[in-house]
Design a protein around this ligand. Structure first.
Ligand code: LAN
Length: 723
């Protein structure tokens, strides 16, 4: 293999070792999701060691045998699934995987590299170009994510990326993209997050965007619109965006930039009145249109911009660059996500210089976001999903009751839990509006360090399960650390009884009216979510059940669980389902809700569970599976996928077993999972399964293994027909 993945305490780095002829893929328009072949095939070749090659050896392995035919096949399927999946585990204990999907991230990296003059290697460039061409749609455009139809957001930014990566204007495929942009009226119809990058590159003047009003940060903190109250992802993106806007940073106007000025618009660049087009946006992109309130505020801040007060601007600028530096330090230059990563990097380049230590630190963390699969190299939605996948994998494998066969794998996974828990609060956390971190688990790595409610919850659950079921000694994750994790959860429950993602809900929902990103919804406020709440309730319940912790903050924990459950019940929809905000979609949300309710002792006969079961049964397909389209997330109403999906089916089966639903429906679901399994124990990559902010999809490659294993495991666990 020319490329190899090197993992170090969760950090994933793709390194190029030698020349090798290019691999070409059969680009499948129907299913543009990568199967993650490059990583998986090499990991499989190197690590695959089935615990028993021969079915006849099962009895030696203390495997329960089943007379019933289906259960017997399920055991075989689980073994082959875990044999396969455990080969994908990295040495540091986590499961690497493709976390791509969004198509608006790579351009931020490429534009920053162009403006600040840092170079991707030639091999990286080659793979980045391959990726972009592999995901180009027949009409020449790109979507906002890989399964999306063409949008101006995707098309304008990716067209520019290809040009900056060296593809000539005359390239046939770029011609098609060019034609698409032209026929949609030109780049001024791209949404505001694209316009921001156009201004940085110098292919749009800064008058082309609404004011990012840097002085907003100087307003009193108690105001509900103070940006410290925004969802951290939104906040940490608008911090460097406002800084870049305050400085009106523009890269060098090179001959290529001048060419792009010609290519991107229908009219002559010089003759365009960009001010007039600030709010122009293609209908293809419009998901959350500007509200009347935002328009009024934009009018005020745009007017202020023309007369802004020097001293205030200087103060805001200083505040912002300090904030950027603090976020860089807190996250070891990884940053909370791939959007602020590159805008922070650009800001640091401008403020501190190309040769500064800080800029070099940034450079060392660029590759943390890159992932290579057979479709090429992409910028991932995060620096990986390490902890999340590991915590789930542990629970899935233990659910099968066959954990004792995978001791090495599970202790290595435990090691990852150990090295990823966050042990301290970040420096000056109050000053920089951070919640406490101590005891929390992040989604990816300790270096990244932003703890998350449900990641912490899954971390607690996985740790306690391993402590209970495996002979792990010593318990490297000490009782104190588990108490810290619980303290973190208790500190972060919202007044409505639910849990949000990273922080307490800091503002009211009406702040959403100020959401300026026309392509996303729900970015302004960290709301309570069914999934996060369910995970936290389950973790607190499990913690409380340990005799050792039985008295630890008992009253508060009881109360927190109670309020969490009420929140979840309140979120059930009239059709019995729960909306899932972070994966596709109602099957996911409903699974989380049922898991929490049943965990705390809700009877399967209760109306909540019964209605949920009715909902799930009504969506089962004739082939026994369930399949939901990502459009469920977008439209917030159930949209079936053309085909049943293993991941949706696994969530439905997990739910129905807990709810003690009709056995024949469960059996048909299980049969579907068995039928879909590949000979090597894997499942094929099907439709994209993750989502954020209603409108952008994201890949969770390991879900195709984790959830079928978990569901099949649960089937065995609840089959009482052992022989
Ligand atoms: C994630 C990834 C993890 C995810 C779960 C933990 C699975 C979820 O249960 C809670 C929300 C969370 C933490 C989440 C929120 C939104 C993220 C951070 C992402 C989907 C990964 C990328 C996305 C981020 C917002 C992408 C950048 C885009 C912006 C609009 C800023």
């Amino acid at each position: 293999m020319a490329w190899r993945l090197i993992c170090d305490r969760g950090r994933q780095l793709w390194r190029y070792f030698q020349d090798e002829p290019a691999v070409s893929i059969d680009y499948d328009e129907e299913n543009p999701n990568s199967s993650d072949k490059i990583y998986r095939e090499s990991a499989f070749q190197q690590n695959y060691k089935p615990i028993c090659a021969d079915a006849d050896q099962y009895d030696k392995l203390r495997i329960p045998t089943f007379q019933e035919e289906l259960s017997a096949s399920v055991v075989k399927s689980i073994l082959s699934a875990v044999n396969y999946y455990s080969a994908l585990q990295a040495e540091d204990g986590h499961w690497p995987g493709d976390y791509g999907g969004p198509m608006f991230l790579l351009p931020g990296a490429v534009i920053t590299s162009y403006v600040t003059n840092f170079q991707f290697t030639e091999e990286q460039k080659y793979q980045l170009i391959r990726y972009l061409f592999n995901h180009q749609l027949p009409n020449g455009g790109w979507g906002t994510h890989i399964e999306n139809r063409s949008t101006m957001f995707g098309t304008v930014l990716n067209y520019i990326s290809l040009r900056l990566l060296g593809v000539p204007f005359t390239n046939e495929r770029l011609q098609k993209a060019h034609h698409f942009i032209q026929s949609e009226g030109g780049a001024m119809y791209a949404p505001s997050w694209a316009k921001f990058w156009l201004c940085v590159l110098g292919v749009m003047p800064w008058e082309g965007v609404n004011s990012l009003f840097p002085e907003l940060w100087l307003l009193p903190e108690w105001l509900p619109i103070h940006p410290s109250r925004y969802w951290c992802h939104c906040r940490m993106v608008y911090v460097p965006m406002s800084y870049v806007y305050a400085e009106k940073i523009v890269g060098e106007i090179t001959p290529l930039v001048r060419e792009l000025r010609k290519e991107l618009y229908v009219e002559k660049y010089e003759s365009i009145d960009f001010t007039k087009h600030r709010n122009s946006i293609s209908a293809l992109d419009l998901y959350y249109p500007q509200t009347a309130l935002l328009k009024v505020l934009n009018f005020c801040t745009n007017t202020y911009e023309t007369v802004h007060i020097r001293q205030l601007r200087d103060k805001a600028r200083e505040f912002l660059i300090n904030y950027i530096e603090a976020e860089d330090e807190h996250t070891n230059y990884v940053n909370i996500g791939p959007v602020n990563k590159f805008i922070n990097m650009l800001s640091i380049w401008y403020a501190k210089g190309r040769d500064s230590k800080q800029f070099h630190q940034h450079l060392t963390r660029v590759d943390d976001y890159l992932w290579l699969s057979e479709d090429g190299m992409k910028i991932q939605g995060y620096n990986g999903s390490q902890l999340w996948d590991t915590a789930f994998s542990i629970q899935a494998i233990l659910e099968t009751g066959l954990g004792h066969l995978y001791n090495k794998c599970l202790s290595s996974a435990y090691y990852y839990l150990d090295i990823s828990q966050v042990l301290e609060d970040v420096k000056d956390y109050v000053k920089f509006y951070r919640h406490i971190s101590k005891g929390g688990w992040p989604f990816s790595t300790r270096d990244h360090g932003w703890p998350i409610t449900d990641c912490t919850a899954e971390g607690i659950k996985a740790t306690l399960l391993l402590h209970e079921q495996m002979s792990i000694s010593p318990h490297r994750i000490s009782s104190d650390r588990l108490e810290d994790a619980v303290n973190f959860l208790l500190s972060i429950q919202n007044k409505d009884g639910g849990w949000a993602t990273y922080e307490l809900q800091r503002s009211t929902a009406w702040i959403e009216l100020l959401n300026p990103a026309e392509v996303f919804q729900g970015i302004m406020v960290d709301y309570s979510y069914t999934e996060c709440t369910s995970a936290c309730v389950q973790a607190l319940w499990k913690f409380r059940a340990q005799s050792y912790f039985a008295n630890h903050r008992r009253k508060e924990i009881d109360d927190a669980i109670q309020r969490g459950i009420e929140f979840i019940k309140g979120k059930q929809r009239p059709d019995g389902s729960w909306y899932g905000s972070w994966a596709v979609c109602f099957t996911y949300g409903t699974w989380f809700a049922i898991e929490a309710l049943i965990t705390v002792g809700e009877s399967p006969n209760s109306k909540f569970i019964q209605r949920a079961v009715q909902f799930l049964l009504s969506k089962q397909n004739a082939d026994g599976g369930w399949g939901e389209s990502y459009l469920s997330c977008v439209h917030k109403t159930y949209v079936p996928h053309k085909h049943s999906q293993v991941v949706n089916t696994a969530w439905a089966v997990l739910s129905l077993i807990l709810a003690k639903a009709d056995n024949s429906a469960i059996r048909r679901g299980v049969q579907f999972l068995l039928k879909k399994q590949c000979a090597n124990g894997d499942w094929n990559q099907e439709a994209i399964s993750g989502v954020f902010n209603g409108n952008c999809m994201i890949s969770y490659t390991n879900y195709r293994n984790i959830f079928p294993i978990w569901a099949l495991g649960r089937y065995i666990k609840y089959s009482c027909n052992h022989s």
